[in-house]
Design a protein around this ligand. Structure first.
Ligand code: AMP
Length: 282
């Protein structure tokens, strides 16, 4: 396994892969890897001849400095996990100046309704930060395919739009959400929960599963009121939002229409740890 922190070294490798017509798969991460990340890496390994995994805690996508500072970092463990997956992986671990050049900056993008609700509304500037770093990383790695988790479904839709806006020839592959045995979506943030809190956090997925069950039998309002009540009745978990949205536009809906796909989303806090999850309804 090669671990590379200089973009010129990646450049040289990528040029040689392109000459050999090898397909390049890319899995961007912020490290603190868990089985959710590794599930993306395994899908990439199955679909591409070369796989590049980046580990870079991108400062521009954090709206709170405290969150950036508290973000878990575990590079030795990350490299050991990747090595176990495959010796062939190329790991890119750049510094901020290697990615951004002289100074870190954020570009402004226009993603329309995709960025207006949920994470876009509650984390100011988050998606501009994500898109800014991905634009740069895509330019360095030049992947044929890039792999993103449905755990961050809004991000996945934004990345598809980004590729479209920039006219990049990259296929964006959405990958299923990996979960703990109790249903909690795997996340680097789960490390900050006590065992008791991890157990309480299962309410999020339990609620989403029931919401999926109710889809088709109850109205949007009935389902939403029921879901919100589950959190109001719980002392430990503080709901930030519950939304049922049209999967394509990510706009929240008041009625269900035939022929459209819907998804339910939750963001909630346990203490100061923010957790997100979602489920397709049809
Ligand atoms: P992050 O390191 O949190 O930026 O995540 C890197 C990638 O891993 C993103 O595409 C995430 O959506 C994906 N990811 C994180 N957690 C999970 C999970 N539990 N299941 C599937 N993909 C995930």
């Amino acid at each position: 396994m090669q671990v590379i922190n200089q973009k010129k070294v990646i450049d040289a490798l990528v040029s040689s892969f392109k000459k050999e017509e090898k397909s390049i798969g890319f899995v961007p991460t912020m490290g603190a890897l868990h089985d959710g990340h590794l599930s993306l890496v395994k899908i990439a390994l199955a679909q591409c001849e070369v796989v590049v995994v980046s580990i870079f805690v991108n400062p521009t996508q954090f709206d709170k400095l405290e969150d950036l500072e508290k973000y878990p970092r575990s590079i030795d463990n990350d490299l050991a996990l990747l090595k176990k997956c495959s010796q062939e992986i190329i790991v890119f671990t750049p510094s901020a100046s290697e990615v951004y050049g002289g100074s870190v900056y954020t570009e402004t993008f226009h993603f329309g309704s995709l960025e207006m609700y949920m994470e876009g509304k509650h984390r100011t500037g988050h998606f501009d930060g994500v898109a800014s770093v991905l634009q740069l990383l895509f330019d360095i790695v030049k992947p044929d395919k890039a792999f993103f988790g449905e755990k961050d479904f809004q991000q996945l839709q934004i990345v598809k739009k980004l590729v479209n806006l920039l006219d990049l020839n990259i296929e964006i592959v959405g990958c299923p959400i990996a979960r703990e045995p109790n249903g909690l979506a795997m996340s680097s943030r789960n490390m900050r929960l006590t065992p008791a809190e991890r157990s309480q956090a299962k309410l999020i997925y339990e609620t989403l599963q029931k919401v999926k069950e109710y889809f088709g039998t109850k109205s949007v309002l009935q389902i939403s009121n029921w879901a919100i009540d589950q959190f109001l009745n719980n002392q430990e978990i503080k709901l930030e939002y519950f939304e049922i949205v049209d999967e394509e536009t990510l706009k929240s809906v008041t009625t269900f229409e035939k022929g459209k796909n819907y998804r339910a989303f939750v963001a909630a806090y346990i203490r100061e740890v923010r957790l997100i999850d979602n489920i397709p309804l049809n």
